[in-house]
Write a protein that binds this ligand. Sequence first.
Ligand code: IPE
Ligand code: IPE
Ligand code: MG
Length: 245
Amino acid sequence: MKLFRSKRARTAVRKEPPPRHIAIIMDGNGRWAKRRGLPGTAGHSAGAETLRRVSSYCRDIGVQYLTVYAFSTENWKRPKEEVDALMALLDKYLLEAIEKMERERVRMAFFGDTTVLSPELQARIAQTRKLAQKIDGVQLNVCLNYGGRDEIVRAARRWAERAAAGEGGELTEEVFSDLLWSAGVPDPELLIRPGGEKRLSNFLPWQTTYSELVFMDTLWPDFGPKQIDEAIAEYHRRERRFGGV
Ligand code: IPE
Ligand code: IPE
Ligand code: MG
């Protein structure tokens, strides 16, 4: 089996190891579609294809965790037709992912409250989770109905419940981290936001306190290995001090 599928992947890997964990705010689908005179859903379909391309590439260059923002707790404010289209697209994506997971070696996981989704989609997610247990390769964390503040409040609530039950112990940063959706996953070294906006939009506030933030104008559907390489190169140019000297 070929270890790296593209020349670019080999070159990128040879220089310096990539970040262990990359987080991406997949933004710009709407504008991509609008510029082409297409309905917004066409942008989301194109964005889903980009996710396939990018997760395969990240696997090839040795990234261990890829966390992507797919649907925020605020995205429910969008028109019902768009929300429905996004959920249908997700279902289709998962169906294909389930078929290909073993071959593709992309292990899927989910961050966010999925219990409010349709029973069909919840069943698909459960199926995906079950299959993922057997897969090595890159771990793809899909943030779905995810909000950073919601995540923190839920963790606080869980802690309070434990404390009330007398199972307290000392509350440390490590203990609290283990109550988040991201329990067991190291913090992202690099966060990329395509689409030109320079904000985090409620994405991973706890986990990104020391992440390197890279904002790019390229819209998510136009993203690919080249843009990932550029973001990683920018990451390697940064001096990470973590408050030290
Ligand atoms: C991001 O693309 C996808 C989701 C939020 C689900 P947008 O739909 O936000 O695209 P823009 O920002 O309007 O271009
Ligand atoms: C962030 O994008 C959410 C996702 C990519 C899923 P938005 O398009 O919703 O963010 P804002 O509204 O520009 O902050
Ligand atoms: Mg947007």
